[in-house]
Design a protein around this ligand. Structure first.
Ligand SMILES: NC(=O)c1ccc[n+]([C@@H]2O[C@H](COP(=O)([O-])OP(=O)(O)OC[C@H]3O[C@@H](n4cnc5c(N)ncnc54)[C@H](OP(=O)(O)O)[C@@H]3O)[C@@H](O)[C@H]2O)c1
Length: 236
């Protein structure tokens, strides 16, 4: 498989960490998100680390944009060896306060956009006789959380897609993996990027998730990692 990857949500946090790791390992990457200035600086980091980067600024919740992102990656890299569906968002509301818009925007990005990139990438994977899809889920794709019912259910839905795609696509040598992290220090849901000093004592950093993603992307030809869930060490 070529050392080429398309990473969504690469303008900050976990996606930025994944881009950096692939860059350090000399991969060519296509970085997708809305904030172009952030994408430019992540691309610079990737190139400084030894990789090659292309950027495409787009809103993945809008019809046609996930397909354009895949087309762009194919045009720039000639092939997409690994697709990392990382872009995601969460809104945390008690049941009586759940807004229809927040339900829709979470499902649109965390589920629909992942389906749309995969739908568009699979014909290319088939033509190339294989590929790797990595869906960034969450530890809450395995359990429920107070105030996070919608976010949690998007990650369960993504795991359902992951399981089904695995069964459908393995005959074409297309591997599909769900990576579900616990708390990572990012700007997710309006958090302070880098975390508070107290959070830094126990939470993970984007590089911890990037480590798992890179492991999946570089597994051997007869291996097919189904899922990796990553908990923080201190669960007290
Ligand atoms: N941090 C955690 O504790 C944690 C734990 C488990 C799972 N996760 C998952 O990890 C993934 C990355 O989150 P993160 O923690 O790194 O948070 P983050 O820093 O907020 O990253 C989210 C990424 O998604 C992109 N994005 C958001 N809306 C988008 C849209 N409409 N179109 C295109 N891109 C969009 C953002 O870029 P733009 O704003 O530039 O578009 C950003 O690059 C998400 O799927 C999240 O659910 C996070």
């Amino acid at each position: 498989m070529t050392k080429t990857a398309l990473i969504t949500g690469a303008s900050s946090g976990i996606g930025r960490g994944i881009a950096h790791k692939f860059g350090k390992e000399g991969w060519e990457v296509t970085l997708i998100a809305r904030r172009i200035e952030n994408l430019e600086s992540v691309a610079k980091e990737v190139e400084e680390a030894g990789g090659k980067a292309h950027i495409f600024a787009t809103d993945l919740t809008k019809e046609g944009n996930p397909e354009s992102a895949i087309d762009f990656g194919m045009e720039k890299m000639g092939q997409i060896g690994t697709l990392v569906n990382n872009a995601g968002m969460g809104r945390f509301e008690m049941v009586p306060d759940i807004k229809d818009e927040s339900f829709q925007e979470q499902f649109q990005l965390n589920v629909w956009a992942c389906m749309a990139t995969v739908r568009s990438a699979v014909p290319h994977f088939k033509k190339n006789k294989g590929g790797q899809i990595i869906n960034i889920g969450s530890i809450v794709g395995y359990l429920g959380i107070s105030k996070g019912s919608i976010y949690s259910s998007t990650k369960w839905a993504l795991r359902g897609l992951n399981e089904s795609w695995r069964e459908e696509l393995y005959p074409d040598n297309i591997k599909v993996c769900y990576v579900g992290p616990g708390f990572v220090l990012t700007e997710f849901n309006g958090r302070k990027e880098g975390g508070t000093p107290e959070e830094q004592e126990w939470a993970m950093v984007p590089g911890d998730v990037a480590h798992a993603v890179y492991c999946v992307a570089t597994q051997g030809p007869n291996s097919d990692i189904k899922e990796i869930s990553i908990q923080v060490l201190d669960r007290s």
